[in-house]
Design a protein around this ligand. Structure first.
Ligand SMILES: Cc1ncc(COP(=O)(O)O)c(C=O)c1O
Length: 362
């Protein structure tokens, strides 16, 4: 008997997510001592020193199970965002909030409306949950909310909106979001993914927490980006008390580890680190984009900590050559973006090194 026959049908067509290559793996493969990762939209500044200190203090308790309710982290979040703990759920990365939402709401064959291309986890996790994926192309590297709304049918259960989006770095503004939410059927869950929220300076960027009371809205945020805790895997979601109640029914009892909870609460308090991280991105992006312009390369204007760049027909070769020099960027064919690479903004040194080699290879 073939094992394949036993596997859930929804899984058979799923192409697994391929993350950016780890630094150690590239060092081993190419015999390099210095490798710079500009591939996974991590924080080039490193973690908050306050988070590191808190972990050192908490590490002696790791023989205990973590607090499944994440009491202290929720308390810190409620203080900062004026939400009540009943409106919050903490996840093993904001990825887990996406997965929990799908596992909670999708019945086999329900439709999930997802932009194409966008953050790949929506499509993968929705397919695993048994959803029928309704893809809506981006318009000029930008979510087309009007087209997404037109795709709503009686079977639509969830709509995902990455704001800002990955891999384009673009965003939808307040007017677009409000127009989209107006008159939306009440039996649809709208999921706003705000993993890059902290980096956005645009005045017309909406804070979707404001829409929690309007229909069935879930908003997710991450500690992996501006807070620099990607390796710990922690993120959070906000929604109505009723939605959070159901998400908690699906959540595993100890889904968020103890050190992640401690570190996230400390990182939230470390305003300086977030300010420094935002400054690094603002300045680095200005430098990189002005260099791309000088090189006459097309890129998508980004409000995030990464830039989607058209590196031309030789983009795969350029990605490969950069890796041999110890610079890992993301090659975008898995997103259907031929000729594109995605570059995470690094330290000044990393950005300059990238430009030096791009000039050489392009
Ligand atoms: C748009 C978007 N959402 C969610 C995530 C997942 O973040 P986390 O590390 O919190 O799981 C990412 C990670 O790159 C992302 O780009």
């Amino acid at each position: 008997m073939s094992i394949k026959k036993l596997v859930r049908k929804s899984i058979l067509s799923v192409k697994p997510y391929k993350p950016g290559r780890p630094i150690e793996e590239v060092k081993r493969e190419f015999g390099l001592t210095s490798v710079y990762k500009m591939a996974s939209n991590e924080n080039a500044l490193g973690p908050s020193p306050k988070a590191v200190a808190a972990i050192k203090k908490g590490v002696l308790n790791i023989h205990r199970y973590p607090d499944g309710s994440c009491f202290y982290l929720k308390k810190a979040l409620t203080k900062k965002f004026r939400l009540s703990p009943e409106n919050l759920i903490i996840g093993n990365g904001s990825d887990e909030i996406i997965v929990l939402a799908l596992r909670t709401f999708i019945n086999e064959g329900d439709e999930a409306i997802i932009a194409e291309p966008t953050f790949l986890v929506y499509k993968i996790a929705a397919a695993i949950a048994g959803a029928k994926i309704v893809s809506v192309p981006l318009k000029a590297f930008h979510y087309d909310l009007e087209a997404m709304k037109k795709k709503i049918t009686k079977r639509t259960k969830m709509i995902f909106i990455a704001n800002p989006d990955n891999p384009t770095g673009s965003y939808v503004n307040r007017t677009e979001v409000e127009k989209f939410l107006k008159g939306l059927p009440k039996d649809i869950i709208v999921f706003f993914d705000e993993a890059y929220f902290e980096y956005v300076f645009a005045r017309d960027y909406p804070n979707c927490m404001r829409y929690l009371g309007r229909g069935n809205v879930i908003v997710s945020r991450s500690f992996s980006k501006a807070y620099g805790l990607g390796g710990l895997r922690i993120g959070w979601g906000a929604a109505s008390e009723e939605i959070i109640g159901y998400l908690n029914q699906v959540r595993e009892p100890f889904n968020v580890n103890m050190l992640a909870q401690i570190a996230a609460a400390a990182a939230l308090e470390d305003k300086n680190h977030v300010i420094r991280s935002k400054k690094l991105i603002k300045e680095g992006k200005k430098f990189l984009c002005s260099e791309f312009k000088k090189m006459k390369l097309f890129f998508v204007p980004s409000v995030t900590n990464f830039v989607l760049l058209n590196a031309g027909e030789k983009s795969v070769q350029i990605y490969d050559n950069l890796m041999r020099k110890g610079i890992i960027v993301r090659e975008m064919s898995a997103w259907g973006l031929k000729n594109f690479i995605r570059v995470t903004i690094g330290t000044d040194n990393e950005n300059r090194l990238l430009i030096k080699y791009l000039k050489k290879f392009i």
